[in-house]
Design a protein around this ligand. Structure first.
Ligand code: PHE
Length: 355
C-alpha cells in the first residue's frame, strides 16, 4: 500500500479514464469504481469488498486492480476493458440485511454508469452477493440471472500455469511429488489446493485465518505453515492466493522457492520486484496471466460460449501462454513480467480483435 494520504495524492498522475467515488453514510463505506482502459471494449472487472485501514487504501487497490484487469483481458484477447470496483469498509458489516442494503445502493451507483462498467465476484464478495446484485442492477456480467462463481475456473487456470512453470523451471511439468505452498485458502486457494492434491502434490497451506488453514490441511492431508513463516518456508512452488503486495524488497530475499505461481492479483509491491525475483533465480508467473481463468470463463460465457470441454481447453491454454512468455523472457534475457507487458502493449496497440 502507498504512504500517500488523501484521494488527491492517490489520483494525481493516474493514466486511467477516471474513478467514480461515492460515500455510503449508513455504513461509512466508500465505493470506488476505477475505470482504467477501454481500448478493447466495455470495462469489466470484479467487485472487491473488505475492511481497509484508510479509504485511500481502497482507492489505490481499485486503481491497481483495474490496471491488472486491462492487462488480463488483453492477454486473454477478449473484447473487454479494464475496470475494477472496491467497496472499502471501515468495519465488518453487521449482518445480511446491512450487506444487502449496501449492495443495493452499490447496484444503483453501477446503474448510473449505464453499462460502462460490468462486474462480478472478487475477494470478499460471493456468488450470493452477485445473484442479489443482479436482481437490483443490470451490471452483473455472466450468463443468466445468477452468474457462476469464477473461483473454480481461476483455480483451473492457475493449475495449468503451475504446470507450465514447473515445465520451464525443471523441464518437467508433473505436479506429483512437488512441494507446493498455497498462501490463502479462500475461494480460489482452497480449490487450487484440492486440484494440486488430486495430482499428487505435497501440500503446504497457510492462511491469516489459522482455523481455516487447519481445516483445509486436515481435509486434504496437507501441512499448516504459520503466516509469519509462509514466505520463508522451503518449497518448489509458492502460490500466493490471498491479497496482493506479498512480494517486495522485504520478503523476496527470504523466499526459499523456485517458482512463484498463484492466483492473487497484484502480487508484486512494485514492477521492479520482478527483476529481484529473476536475480534470485525464482521463476515468477505474472499474476494477471496465470489468474485469468475466472475472467476467461465469465467473459466467454457472457459472449455466449457454453461451459464445456472447449472452455476447459481454453483454460489449459493459460499454461501455453505462460510457456510462451517464459521462453520469450529467457531468450531476451528479461523478466517474465517484462515479456508479458510487451505482449499486452502489442495487443493494446493493435486494438480490438476483429473476431
Ligand atoms: N475478480 C476475478 C478477477 O480478477 C474474476 C472476475 C473477472 C470477475 C472478470 C469479474 C470479471 O479475475
Amino acid at each position: 500500500m502507498t504512504a500517500t494520504t488523501g484521494f488527491a495524492g492517490v489520483l494525481e498522475g493516474w493514466r486511467g479514464r477516471g474513478v467514480v467515488i461515492r460515500h455510503d453514510p449508513p455504513t461509512g463505506a466508500w465505493m470506488f469504481v476505477a475505470l482504467h482502459d477501454d481500448t478493447l471494449g466495455r470495462l469489466v472487472g470484479g467487485t472487491r469488498m473488505r475492511v481497509y485501514g484508510r479509504p485511500e487504501d481502497g482507492l489505490v487497490d481499485a486503481m491497481r486492480l483495474a490496471e491488472g484487469m486491462t492487462r488480463k483481458w488483453a492477454v486473454l484477447d477478449l473484447p473487454f476493458g479494464g475496470g475494477k470496483a472496491v467497496i472499502a469498509l471501515n468495519r465488518p458489516l453487521a449482518g445480511e440485511t446491512e450487506r444487502r442494503e449496501l449492495l443495493a445502493r452499490y447496484g444503483a451507483l453501477l446503474d448510473t454508469l449505464q453499462g460502462a462498467f460490468g462486474t462480478g465476484e472478487d475477494l470478499g464478495t460471493t456468488p450470493e452477493d452477485m445473484a442479489f446484485l443482479a436482481s437490483v442492477s443490470r451490471q452483473v456480467v455472466g450468463p443468466g440471472a445468477a452468474p457462476p462463481d469464477p473461483g473454480p475456473y481461476t483455480a483451473l487456470g492457475v493449475l495449468a500455469g503451475i504446470k507450465a512453470a514447473l515445465g520451464h523451471a525443471f523441464r518437467d511439468p508433473v505436479v506429483q511429488g512437488r512441494r507446493i505452498l498455497v498462501q490463502g485458502v479462500g475461494d480460489v486457494g482452497r480449490r487450487l489446493a484440492e486440484l494440486l492434491v488430486g495430482e499428487g502434490a505435497e501440500l503446504l497451506v497457510t492462511d491469516i485465518d489459522e482455523a481455516r488453514a487447519a481445516a483445509v490441511a486436515a481435509e486434504l492431508a496437507g501441512t499448516v505453515v504459520s503466516p509469519s513463516e509462509a514466505l520463508s518456508t522451503p518449497c518448489e512452488v509458492l502460490a500466493p492466493c490471498a491479497v496482493g503486495g506479498v512480494l517486495h524488497a522485504g520478503s523476496i530475499p527470504s523466499l526459499r522457492c523456485r517458482v512463484v505461481a498463484g492466483s492473487a492479483n497484484n502480487q508484486l509491491g512494485v514492477p521492479a520486484d520482478a527483476e529481484s525475483l529473476r536475480a534470485r533465480g525464482i521463476l515468477y508467473a505474472p499474476d494477471y496471466v496465470i489468474n485469468g481463468g475466472g475472467a476467461l470463463a465469465l467473459g466467454r460465457m457472457s459472449l455466449g460460449e457454453p461451459d464445456g470441454p472447449g472452455l476447459r481447453r481454453r483454460l489449459e491454454g493459460i499454461g501455453d501462454v505462460l510457456t510462451e512468455i517464459f521462453r520469450e523472457a529467457r531468450e531476451r534475457d528479461v523478466s517474465p513480467l517484462e515479456a508479458a507487458e510487451e505482449r499486452v502493449g502489442r495487443i493494446l496497440a493493435r486494438g480490438p480483435s476483429s473476431r
